[in-house]
Design a binder for this molecule. Structure first.
Ligand SMILES: [Zn+2]
Length: 271
């Protein structure tokens, strides 16, 4: 599933390819399902417009048009972008397409079909409608502390709540908690100030590195827990993954926290 680092990569891709060209057409294979408003209204409001600015909030990509309206792209499980000119270069599973006056097209490819495209009055309206908290890369220590202090749930569950922190999914939380040496079942409200500071630094560090590596997980540093996960259901499968803590060599434990598969080092992350 595209998480914050992948969506940041897609944002940069869109920014590098599709800006400042007039939109001359739009098609969707299954508009009712893919577009979050009547397809005719959508088409009418984007026709002749240009994309002028991109923003990412968590896993959501927002594209401001030159009339001030904001396109939202949410990539679901398998969404991807592909910029091309000739039909031979069209991606597999092309589900929706923006046509530009340059002759190029921007395709939204999506094999599992959970991706969604919408149009909004402003970024703020979108954020409110989706109940999105601050982006995980931009949240301040004070904001994080304020949100966590109200939560008497397991820390991992609190961090997965998009109202607290937008953009963090399951493996990222495990990686952040491992790097911060925090147990996923600590009660969020009970974190000390130094622990929150530590958590914030680990969050920014893990996200920055993931973005720099363009979310190619086998390129992540050897100090990352990610190499010890079981990725059998994922395209990033690591067949010869070692299953020990990269720091202390203790065998990694798999447990369930808040219904989610969770990997920890019981030595480095004590309650
Ligand atoms: Zn360890």
């Amino acid at each position: 599933m595209p998480e914050l680092p992948e969506v940041e990569t897609l944002r940069k891709y869109l920014e590098a390819t599709s800006m400042h060209q007039k939109i001359t057409g739009f098609t969707a294979v299954d508009a009712k399902r893919q577009i979050t408003m009547p397809a005719e209204d959508f088409r009418e409001q984007i026709m002749g417009r240009q994309m002028v600015k991109t923003t990412r909030i968590g896993k959501h990509l927002l594209v401001t048009l030159d009339n001030g309206k904001v396109l939202s792209l949410h990539f679901g499980m398998t969404g991807d972008l592909h910029y091309y000119r000739i039909p031979e270069d069209a991606p597999r599973f092309e589900r929706a397409t923006f046509f530009f006056d340059s002759g190029f097209k921007l395709a939204f490819a999506d094999s599992r079909k959970f991706g969604r495209i919408g149009l909004w009055e402003s970024e703020t309206v979108y954020k409110t409608a989706k109940k999105l908290g601050p982006d995980a890369l931009e949240i301040s220590g004070a904001e994080l502390a304020k949100s966590l202090r109200k939560r008497k749930t397991a820390l991992k569950s609190a961090l997965l709540d998009q109202k607290i922190l937008a953009g963090i999914g399951n493996w990222l939380v495990d990686e952040i908690l491992f790097q911060a040496k925090l147990h996923p079942e600590i009660i969020a409200a009970e974190l000390t100030d130094p622990e929150i500071q530590n958590l914030l630094e680990a969050t920014q560090n893990v996200l920055q590195i993931s973005i720099e590596e363009e979310a190619v997980y086998r390129q992540m540093p050897a100090t990352f827990l990610i190499h010890s996960r079981e990725w059998d259901d994922s395209p990033h499968a690591e067949k010869d993954a070692h299953k020990n803590c990269p720091r202390c060599k203790t065998e990694i434990t798999k447990m369930v926290v808040g219904g989610r598969a969770t990997y920890i080092c019981t030595q480095c992350q004590q309650k």
